[in-house]
Design a binder for this molecule. Structure first.
Ligand SMILES: NC(=O)c1ccc[n+]([C@@H]2O[C@H](COP(=O)([O-])OP(=O)(O)OC[C@H]3O[C@@H](n4cnc5c(N)ncnc54)[C@H](O)[C@@H]3O)[C@@H](O)[C@H]2O)c1
Length: 342
């Protein structure tokens, strides 16, 4: 089955990241919707899609009822994700929604309930799970020999661009930090049970957050997020520690797996031992080959499998609810200054 997809939201992210990956997959992009006529025309012409709607709901109402769609995808914004995904699920259509899945965890829970009632997938855009480097790290940390995943350190920054002049950090938390709320438990393979946030507003629009995450196993995680670094520099770094092992991912493309080698200094025959020395993976950026450093292709491929009813590991709306609950605990902790249960 080649699913017929209707896509809502022809903005920057869909145009630059998602649709170029979606059309590489065995799917047919049969309709587009955007309230912005210019964007709709640009993207519609780019992909030769004739069915165009001036609003996402109009597309769902018209095409879902006539049975012309097998699934809906969208990259719009939190409020529209929850409203439009609900409309699609109520009509029995599988859905892909970008993050954040909704503006609140309660609204995300409504989607989770609708998806369960409809028996249809509602996939959420947590693509960091599919970044090749993050997947390598995830597979190492879950592998035999890594030992208990005891701790995670991370840094995930952005720039003041959107916040200077309007120091409301809702967008930073919802659109940026929410990725960490999913990736941290995914890398540690354990749900977050508590958070403790410390924040420092360096200047209006320039916020620094140090967030501690607690886990039932006793594992510890600390992630630094902020709006005061340049988007022209690498912004993302993760490290997971096991038992005399740790794995590090820099800027979604450089993986280092440190293990337990002996000292080399006193060994005249010292060499690099494949069993214990540090392993490094970096992609060959000059290869004319498929690359998925950010993970959009892998994520949308998993969505395609979910639509076809095949086995898949796509992050779903239940993961979206969890991430939103962790995010809300972070926000409460920013206000209370104390640890908050998720
Ligand atoms: N996962 C990622 O890496 C990533 C990166 C960037 C953005 N995003 C997410 O993608 C979403 C969109 O971000 P963006 O930067 O593309 O924003 P954008 O504003 O460029 O695009 C949103 C588009 O949706 C359209 N729209 C609004 N209401 C609509 C409606 N009712 N029906 C149809 N179209 C409607 C707008 O006109 C606009 O063209 C956000 O939720 C954002 O967090 C995710």
């Amino acid at each position: 089955m080649i699913p017929r997809i209707g896509w809502i939201g022809c903005g920057t992210h869909a145009g630059e990241m998602l649709l170029p990956q979606l059309v590489r997959l065995p799917v047919r992009l049969v309709a587009l919707a955007d309230v912005n006529a210019e964007r709709l025309a640009l993207i519609g012409d780019r992909y030769g899609v004739a069915r165009r709607y001036a609003d996402g709901l109009a597309m769902i109402e018209s095409m879902a009822t006539s049975g012309e769609l097998d699934a809906i995808g969208m990259a719009v914004g939190p409020k529209q994700h929850s409203e439009l995904a609900a409309a699609a699920l109520r009509r029995g259509l599988p859905v892909f929604i970008e993050k954040p899945p909704a503006a609140t965890s309660a609204e995300a829970q409504v989607l989770a309930d609708l998806a369960r009632a409809a028996g249809k997938p509602c996939v959420v855009g947590f693509m960091k799970r599919y970044s090749t480097a993050n997947r390598i790290a995830g597979n190492i940390t879950r592998g035999a020999g890594f030992g208990p995943r005891a701790s995670l350190l991370g840094e995930y920054m952005t720039a003041p661009t959107y916040f200077v002049g309007n120091a409301d950090y809702t967008g930073f938390l919802l659109h940026h930090c929410v990725h960490a709320m999913d990736l941290v438990p995914w890398l540690l393979k354990e749900d977050v049970v508590s958070t403790q946030a410390r924040s420092f507003e360096i200047a209006p629009g320039k916020l620094l957050l140090h967030v501690g995450f607690g886990f039932a196993s006793g594992a510890l995680a600390t992630v630094v997020m902020g709006t005061h670094q340049s988007r022209g520099t690498p912004m993302e770094w993760w490290q997971v520690m096991g038992d005399q092992q740790r794995v590090e991912v820099r800027n979604v493309h450089e993986v280092r797996h440190f293990r337990n080698p002996p000292f080399k200094a006193a060994d005249p025959a010292a060499t690099l031992d494949a069993a214990v020395d540090t392993l490094v993976w970096e992609p060959n950026f000059t290869a004319a080959a498929n690359e998925d450093h950010k993970g959009y292709h892998g994520l949308l491929a998993a969505f395609g499998r979910a639509v076809r009813g095949e086995a898949n590991d796509a992050p779903d709306i239940a993961d979206g609810v969890k991430a939103m609950r962790v995010l809300e605990a972070v926000v409460r902790s920013m206000g209370s200054g104390t640890a908050e249960r998720v």
